[in-house]
Write a protein that binds this ligand. Structure first.
Ligand code: DAT
Ligand code: MG
Length: 153
């Protein structure tokens, strides 16, 4: 059964003209894009997304940052999509993230780290529901699924 993950190109990713670069990486990896929405998050959306961080010292700045520019919210599907995407993101701060990852290759900031990715099935379900209604998620098949997801059996 395929997993789904919410990937957001954050305000700095949009402002730094990196939308194509970032979604291109997920596309090339073979994850399947099943939903996308370009929007400027309001306070309600940002506080829902970051509810787990409420009370932390960086929380207020984080909410303000997410609302500071449009973002591209996307949902990607594949077996293991959550874990695959987290590896592709790299560790949280750009200056620590390994080269080869999105954060490691494209930024060196602390709080401005270009991209959000769900960290568990439970948080993915919750986060996807903040941005998308069930009918906005598109079910379809790639013509080359055999070659993308084949197991050489
Ligand atoms: P991640 O985005 O890698 O899942 P997280 O969920 O721990 O990281 O934190 C959410 C975001 O908050 C993160 O992308 C950047 C910001 N953040 C986390 N820790 C921070 C800190 N110590 N100082 C400033 N911003 C921080
Ligand atoms: Mg997180």
């Amino acid at each position: 059964m395929a997993d789904r993950t919410l990937i957001i190109i954050k305000p700095d990713g949009v402002q730094r003209h990196l939308i194509g670069e970032i979604i291109g990486r997920f596309e090339k990896k073979g994850l399947k894009l099943v939903a996308a929405k370009f929007l400027k998050p309001d306070n309600t959306i940002a506080t829902k997304l970051y509810a787990v961080h409420k009370g932390k010292p960086f929380y207020d700045g984080l909410v303000k940052f997410l609302c500071s520019s449009p973002v591209l919210a996307t949902v990607w599907e594949a077996q293991g999509a959550i874990e695959i995407a987290r590896k592709m993101l790299g560790s949280t701060f750009g200056y620590e993230a390994t080269s080869g990852t999105i954060r490691g290759d494209l930024g060196c900031s602390r709080g401005f780290n270009l991209v959000h990715g769900s960290d568990s099935t439970q948080s993915a379900d919750y986060e996807i529901s903040i941005f998308f209604r069930p009918e906005e998620i598109v079910n379809y098949e790639f013509a080359d699924e055999h070659w993308l997801y084949g197991k050489n059996e």
